[in-house]
Design a protein around this ligand. Structure first.
Ligand code: NAP
Length: 252
C-alpha cells in the first residue's frame, strides 16, 4: 500500500549539519518516519540527539568539520560499525558569506565552496561506494533558490548551490544503474541562523515576504515531507530532480 512505501523503519540515514536549522528538522523528520540516524556536525548536537532518541530511534552523533574532506572516511566507518549499512545520505551542512563581489575574498570563496560543494561530492562518493555494495540508496542534496537565481552579495554561495544542482543531475545519471537515487531539495527562504541577517533588515525582510505567495518564511518542519518522500521507496522512479519547497517563491 502506498503509505507503507513512505516508511523508513530499519533504514539508516546520515544527515550533515544537524545541530540546528533545516538539518535538525530533516533529521527529526526522518526519525519520525522510522529511520535510525547518524548526525554529523562541527559542534555538539545534544538537542537533535535527544529529540531522535525520544522517538525511540537509535542515534549516533559524530562531531566532524566538513570543511576538510579527510573526516569523511571515519564518518562512513563509524556508521558501518554501528549500523552495518547506509541507506540515506542528506548533504545539508552549508555556510554563507555575504560581501560585494568587488571586494569578496579568496577565503570567503574557498570556505563556502569547500563545505557547500566539495564536501557534498566527496561525501556522496564515499557513501555511494557503500550503497553499491548494498544494492542502492538515496542521496538528497540541499540546494537553494540560488541554484536558479543569482542572489545578492553571495557569489560563492550562489556558485556552490548552482554546483549542487548540476552535481545532483550528474550523479543521478551515473548512479541510477546502481539503484541510487540522487535528488535535491531547494528550500525557499527559511527562518534559520543562515537567514537571520536578512530577517533583521526590515527592507530585505519586507521585499522577501512580499514575493512569497504563502506570505511567510519557511520553517525546518516544512522540509520533513519532502525529505521523507525522497528518502523512501515512494520516490524510487524519481532521480536527478530538484524539489523546491519555497512557499511559491519561484512561481512568481
Ligand atoms: P544553519 O541554521 O546555519 O545550520 C547549518 C548547520 O550546518 C549548523 O548545524 C552548522 O553547525 C552546520 N555546519 C556548518 N558548517 C559545517 C561544517 N564545516 N561541518 C559540519 N557542520 C557544519 O543553516 P540552515 O539554514 O539550516 O541551512 C542548512 C542548509 O540549507 C544549507 O546547505 C543551506 O545553504 C541550505 N539552505 C538554507 C536556506 C534558508 O533559507 N535557511 C535556503 C536554502 C538553502 P554549527 O551550528 O556548529 O555552525
Amino acid at each position: 500500500m502506498i503509505l507503507e512505501k513512505f516508511a523508513l523503519s530499519g533504514k539508516t540515514a546520515i544527515v550533515t549539519g544537524a545541530r540546528t536549522g533545516l538539518g535538525k528538522g530533516m533529521a527529526v523528520g526522518l526519525a519520525e518516519a522510522g529511520a535510525d540516524l547518524v548526525i554529523v556536525n562541527r559542534s555538539p548536537m545534544l538537542e537533535t540527539e535527544e529529540e531522535i532518541r525520544k522517538l525511540g530511534r537509535r542515534c549516533l552523533p559524530i562531531e566532524a568539520d566538513l570543511s576538510n574532506t579527510n573526516v569523511i572516511p571515519e564518518i562512513v566507518k563509524r556508521t558501518l560499525d554501528e549500523f552495518g549499512k547506509i541507506d540515506i545520505l542528506v548533504n545539508n551542512a552549508g555556510i554563507i558569506r555575504r560581501a560585494p563581489s568587488i571586494e569578496f575574498t579568496e577565503k570567503d570563496w574557498d570556505d563556502v565552496i569547500n563545505v557547500n560543494l566539495k564536501a557534498v561530492f566527496f561525501f556522496s562518493q564515499a557513501v555511494a561506494r557503500e550503497m553499491i555494495k548494498n544494492n542502492g540508496g538515496k542521496i538528497i542534496n540541499i540546494a537553494s533558490m540560488l541554484s536558479f537565481q543569482g542572489g545578492i552579495l553571495v557569489p560563492s554561495y550562489a556558485a556552490s548551490k548552482g554546483g549542487v544542482a548540476s552535481l545532483t543531475k550528474t550523479l543521478a545519471n551515473e548512479w541510477a544503474k546502481y539503484n541510487i537515487n540522487v535528488n535535491a531539495i531547494a528550500p525557499g527562504y527559511m527562518a534559520t541562523n543562515n537567514t537571520e541577517p536578512l530577517r533583521k533588515d526590515d527592507e530585505r525582510n519586507k521585499s522577501i515576504l512580499d514575493r512569497i505567495p504563502e506570505g511567510r518564511w519557511g520553517l525546518p518542519e516544512d522540509l520533513k515531507g519532502a525529505v521523507v518522500y525522497l528518502a523512501s521507496e515512494a520516490s524510487d522512479y524519481v532521480t536527478g530532480h530538484i524539489l523546491c519547497v519555497d512557499g511559491g517563491w519561484l512561481a512568481r
